[in-house]
Write a protein that binds this ligand. Structure first.
Ligand code: IPM
Ligand code: MN
Length: 358
């Protein structure tokens, strides 16, 4: 019997629905080819619904998401909605409520894609960042007092507990083991912990000890390395080929993954997953809703298609996921650019090219 996956589809705002459509197109092509079924159910969460009803993501919707094997998201964000409302109300709420504690961000330069890094190509830019996605400063602890006066004080705390650190590290070590088995190039490189333990002596120390202990005890064959986050920034730019699997805490991960997106050719190609390894994960292109390109059929869907591939991988359809990645590899060299409106193709044509390459 072939497998059947039920997927919640949140097209979202701006160009979100346009890129999501191409992701779905490629997913359906993969399903047909590899003998499984995908059923999509659409949800209208996003700015329009918020502006109409005042609702972001109701609790009942979070419950409803639990019926699905995965969530596929286009983009969230609208110029008429104050920053923070949709981010907190939809994206972060989903991450926390479904305990998507891994943020997986491949930083991979596809062939034919331009990187701002001189002299670096697909061989050098090929790593993955695991950002802890549930704790740290995103926990929301802290507060403000005397607000609006000259004595105003505000605090926002970086909070970590051992369980939260350990589960993120375990996922990272396991991914590193899996990658090493596929490619000698990866196997030659270490897994890198990124933090700032020279200054953040409590949180940094917790992460570092947990990393060393778990690595030595459970993954002794894996080489381990450590970088301070400021230094990691420099090395991402100067020597991206040093990296394979990079694991870091939430806020540092937020920052370094945007740097990663730029060195892999920009937001048009950068895909991400918010993963609960034993629950419901959510996959999205990193590009945002790009309001000015809405409805023009010019936005780049490669990131959404990449996110679709990541979803297949997490669902356990690894052969299909690898085929999607290969189809992207076959498509990017045909494109003139990865920038919206300059691809030499429309959004739908790029989706067609990837589906055909499958
Ligand atoms: C990201 C985004 C989010 C984050 C925002 C939109 C809440 O920047 O997914 O990286 O900070 O995590
Ligand atoms: Mn971010």
């Amino acid at each position: 019997m072939s497998k059947n996956y039920n997927i919640a589809l949140i097209g979202g705002d701006g160009t979100g629905p346009e890129v999501a459509r191409e992701g779905v197109k490629v997913l359906q092509a993969a399903a047909a080819k590899f003998g499984f079924k995908l059923q999509f159910e659409s949800y209208d969460f996003g700015a329009e619904r918020y502006l109409r009803t005042g609702e972001t993501l109701p609790d009942s919707a979070v419950e409803e998401m639990k019926k699905y094997q995965s969530i596929f998201l286009g983009a969230i964000g609208h110029p008429d909605v104050k920053p923070g409302i949709l981010e907190l109300g939809i994206l972060l709420k989903m991450r926390f409520a479904l305990d998507q504690y891994i943020n997986l961000r491949p930083v991979r330069l596809f062939p034919g894609v331009e990187t701002p890094l001189k002299g670096k190509g697909p061989d050098e830019i090929d790593f993955v960042v695991i950002r802890e996605n549930s704790g740290g400063i995103y926990t929301g602890m802290g507060g403000a007092t005397r607000v609006g006066t000259t004595e105003e004080i505000a605090s926002q705390l970086m909070v970590y507990d051992r369980r939260t650190v350990d589960r993120c590290l375990r996922y990272s070590f396991e991914l590193k083991r899996r990658r090493n088995a596929t490619n000698a190039k990866y196997a030659a490189k270490p897994i890198t912990l990124v933090h700032k333990r020279n200054v953040l002596t409590h949180c940094g120390d917790l992460w570092f000890r947990a990393f060393e202990e778990m690595g030595a005890r459970e993954f002794p064959e894996l080489k381990r390395d450590y970088n301070h986050v400021d230094a990691a920034n420099m090395w991402f730019v100067k020597n991206p080929e040093w990296f394979d699997v990079v694991v870091t805490e939430n806020l540092f991960g937020d920052i370094i993954t945007d740097l990663g997106a730029m060195i892999q050719g920009g937001l048009g190609v950068a895909a991400g997953g918010n993963i609960n390894p034993s629950g419901i994960s959510m996959f999205e292109p990193m590009g945002g809703s790009a309001p000015k390109y809405t409805g023009l059929n010019v936005i780049n869907p490669i990131a959404a298609i990449g996110a679709a591939g990541m979803m297949l991988d997490t669902l356990g359809e690894r052969t299909a996921a690898a085929a999607v990645e290969k189809a992207i590899w076959a498509t990017t060299p045909k494109m003139k650019s990865q920038a919206a409106g300059k691809m030499g193709f429309s959004t739908t044509e790029v989706g067609d090219l990837v589906a055909a390459a499958l």
